[in-house]
Ligand binder design. Structure first.
Ligand code: NAD
Length: 251
């Protein structure tokens, strides 16, 4: 039985993961951690993340950028494997999270859905198949409550495009406003739409002369991320210390 400590348990993702974990015979939710414990919560709930993370547990964290860095340090200290899902981290927070990989098994991903993993592979194929002159723009849509923009997934897709084309981060254009002039061949546009209850929608547009190709993934339900996060939890439960990515699950 894999003992799971869920951090960010009261949030949208936390609730979806708790639901999916309850249906899994090999997983036991031993602690539910959140900065705000809901009314009527049972004895597994706590605000004390340091007390909840014990050696041998697998921590699944979908909280916040600051929460991610704090939890990773605690996992490294206690010897608990970690699945890290929060997005919107700055460079120092990413480094703090990834440092835990030197001590424990850690899998971090900006998107735990199988479909986005497939989208990334399809994007690599499409970029290799169209002329270099084709323009690339990324459009993401999320619910009105999302804190970070653009989404971690949009940034991952943008990094994939930059790497495929040998471009630096200076090539990114986050939205456009005013008299921006003609688009240069080497810019990669990233656009964040916010509203309603969109769970997560990412489109990569490849635009050529008189034709466009659009690759799009739509998450309709947080179960898409929750099942991937629990697959990652099973993976890190037996993996050697190290920093892993979602693709490691498919190898
Ligand atoms: P949310 O705001 O609904 O939930 C976050 C929860 O974490 C809240 O209940 C909050 O009280 C708690 N929290 C925040 N900081 C904390 C801390 N330091 N310690 C303990 N609890 C803390 O947000 P959400 O929609 O559930 O998303 C959570 C995170 O996961 C965000 O960063 C989001 O971008 C990311 N996310 C990642 C994926 C993925 O596949 N990697 C998918 C969806 C969302």
């Amino acid at each position: 039985m894999i003992r799971i400590v869920l951090v960010g348990a009261a949030g949208r993702m936390g609730r979806a993961i708790a639901q999916a974990a309850q249906d899994a015979a090999d997983l036991s939710l031993v602690a539910l951690v959140d900065a705000a414990v809901p009314a009527g919560a049972d004895g597994r709930w706590t605000t004390d993340v340091a007390a909840a993370i014990a050696p041998g547990t697998v921590v699944v964290e979908f909280s916040s950028a600051a929460g991610a860095a704090n939890v990773a340090a605690l996992c490294a200290e206690r010897g608990a494997a970690l699945v890290s899902g929060a997005t919107g981290l700055d460079a120092a927070q990413v480094a703090a999270v990834e440092a835990a990989g030197a001590k424990v098994a850690l899998l971090r991903a900006s998107n735990f859905s199988v479909g986005v993993a497939a989208l990334r592979r399809a994007l690599a194929t499409a970029l290799a198949a169209v002329p270099r002159a084709w323009d690339v723009e990324i459009v993401e849509r999320h619910h009105r409550m999302k804190k970070d923009a653009p989404s971690g997934t949009a940034l991952t897709l943008a990094s994939d495009v930059l790497a495929a084309r040998g471009l630096s981060r200076d090539a990114l254009r986050h939205g456009r406003e005013g008299v921006v002039g003609a688009r240069t061949a080497d810019e990669v546009g990233v656009h964040a739409v916010r509203g309603g209850t969109w769970v997560g929608d990412h489109a990569v547009l490849l635009a050529g002369e008189g034709e466009t190709l659009e690759l799009r993934h739509v998450a309709q339900d947080r179960g898409a991320f929750a099942h991937g996060a629990l697959a990652a939890a099973r993976f890190v439960a037996t993996a050697r210390p190290g920093l892993y990515a979602l693709d490691d699950l498919f190898r």
